[in-house]
Design a protein around this ligand. Structure first.
Ligand code: SAH
Ligand code: SF4
Ligand code: F3S
Length: 417
């Protein structure tokens, strides 16, 4: 039996794999350790999307290697695909490296050589009430700034029958939300067709559940597909559609393969629907970004009135085409632009949340915080803090909340029964 510690960096894919590994270990009779010092097995699940995330992974690995033998450390995820030598130099030659291109089955096979595991077929319990379901692995979109095609490898669509049986099991086991994952999820293809066909089948399943998906790529999406998805019964009322830049010139240099006006056509159905949220990812300071390019991004962010924006400062990733571009934006300028845009983004989020005042929204309860405050997420993706006089709902329940007011972080109100 092992006492295991898992450290997770990065995106939902890593969250999912870490949760599945933890479940298999717990089922195998192992115990979770609260810290690295008391662990006999350490798993480091890493992200390489920016230099900082990569450095965090190596620094955690260094800390772990001080207290535990490298043969009992599993170094997995995106950083594990990229620099084996540095990882072994830090931790020692016995380090168990599992590249980020591997499937969950392959990851579990390695873990199974280090500790007893028992495979289960229901979604990881620790993510409850959300069941994360991977439908396409890898990425072949080759945005010029991005390490993911290298760190996650070729695209593999998961068989529709497996996706649907995973979704059915999740609902049968009481999960309330299904989150379908793919780096460029519109590239999903299987016997049942593409993303919209698969989501339509999911929507036909019996039960009380919500679902949504991450991340669609604007270049592989059509407005009629967005409209079809928006008509589904169980879909959450939000679309996360990464824009990255508001300048067509930069979008081209990023190899994003769409223009701002094409993006606008996709956003339009969402922007004109009552109660739907639109969120995005933006990179500030991509090589060659001029004041004018940046001004266009600020303008686009205002034009699309994003409900939330994940802002990233451009970070050079070794081996990517952008890293070889000569016209890098100085760090000081990136910081300034980032601060300016962050102000705009926060203002928009606050306005979006304040507009909710007086409305009644459907909320998925995520936790209950004593003495009297519940926390959840609305069907359009907002954080919701609510009072619930006379009844304490549990995680996974759906409630209606009358919104009193909103702030930059979310909305506040009272549950009605
Ligand atoms: N597949 C998803 C997201 C992948 S990574 C998509 O295409 O939208 C998540 C986000 O990290 C990206 O959307 C991008 O905004 C950001 N990102 C990726 N590489 C980056 C880099 N080199 N520097 C800064 N941000 C980056
Ligand atoms: Fe990276 Fe682009 Fe693939 Fe997203 S679609 S993971 S940004 S290469
Ligand atoms: Fe990071 Fe890899 Fe995810 S680079 S964002 S962990 S796919």
């Amino acid at each position: 039996m092992a006492s295991f510690f898992i450290k997770t960096f990065g995106c939902q894919f890593n969250e999912l794999y870490s949760a599945a590994v933890a479940d298999a270990l717990l089922r195998g009779g192992n115990q979770r350790s609260d810290d690295v010092e008391h662990a006999s097995l350490v798993i480091v699940n890493t992200c390489a999307v920016r230099r900082k995330s990569e450095e965090k992974a190596f620094s955690f690995l260094g800390e772990a290697a001080k207290v535990i033998d490298a043969g009992h450390i599993v170094f997995m995820g995106c950083v594990a695909s990229l620099d084996h030598e540095r990882a072994r130099r830090i931790a020692g030659h016995g380090l168990r490296i599992v590249e980020g291109t591997k499937s969950l089955d392959e990851v579990l096979a390695v873990i199974g050589t280090l500790a007893p595991i028992v495979l289960g077929d229901d979604p990881p319990r620790s993510l409850f009430p959300t069941a994360d379901i991977e439908i396409i692995r890898g990425c072949e979109s080759y945005c010029t700034y991005c390490i993911v095609p290298t760190s996650r490898g070729r695209e593999v669509s998961i068989d529709a029958a497996d996706v649907l049986s995973g979704a059915t099991k999740a609902i049968d086991h009481g999960f309330s939300e299904l989150l379908f994952l793919g780096q460029n999820i519109n590239r999903y293809q299987s016997k049942v067709g593409g993303l919209v066909d698969l989501m339509t089948l999911v929507d036909g399943m019996k039960g009380s559940f919500w679902f949504w998906f991450l991340s669609p790529h604007p270049a592989n999406f059509r407005p009629d597909e967005v409209r079809r998805l928006m008509e589904l019964q169980h879909i959450e009322h939000r679309l996360h559609l990464p824009l990255q830049s508001g300048s067509n010139r930069l979008l081209e240099r990023m190899n994003r393969r769409y223009t701002v006006s094409q993006y606008e056509q996709l956003a339009e159905p969402v922007r004109t629907a009552d109660g739907w949220a639109l969120t995005t990812d933006i990179i500030v300071g991509f090589p060659g970004e001029t004041d004018d390019d940046f001004a266009r991004t600020v303008e686009a962010v205002r034009q699309f009135r994003f409900d939330a924006v994940f802002l990233a400062k451009y970070s050079d990733r070794p081996g990517t085409p952008a890293s070889r571009m000569q016209d890098k934006v100085p760090a000081g300028v990136i910081d300034q632009r980032h601060a300016l845009l962050l102000g705009v983004v926060q203002e928009l989020s606050e306005e979006s949340n304040q507009r909710m005042a007086g409305r009644t929204v459907e909320v998925l309860v995520l936790s209950w915080r004593e003495p009297d405050r519940g926390f959840g997420r609305s069907i359009d993706g907002k954080n919701v803090w609510f009072a619930s006089p006379g009844r304490q709902p549990s995680a996974g329940e759906f409630v209606h909340v009358v919104v009193d007011h909103g702030s930059r972080e979310g909305v506040y109100g009272t549950a009605v029964w």
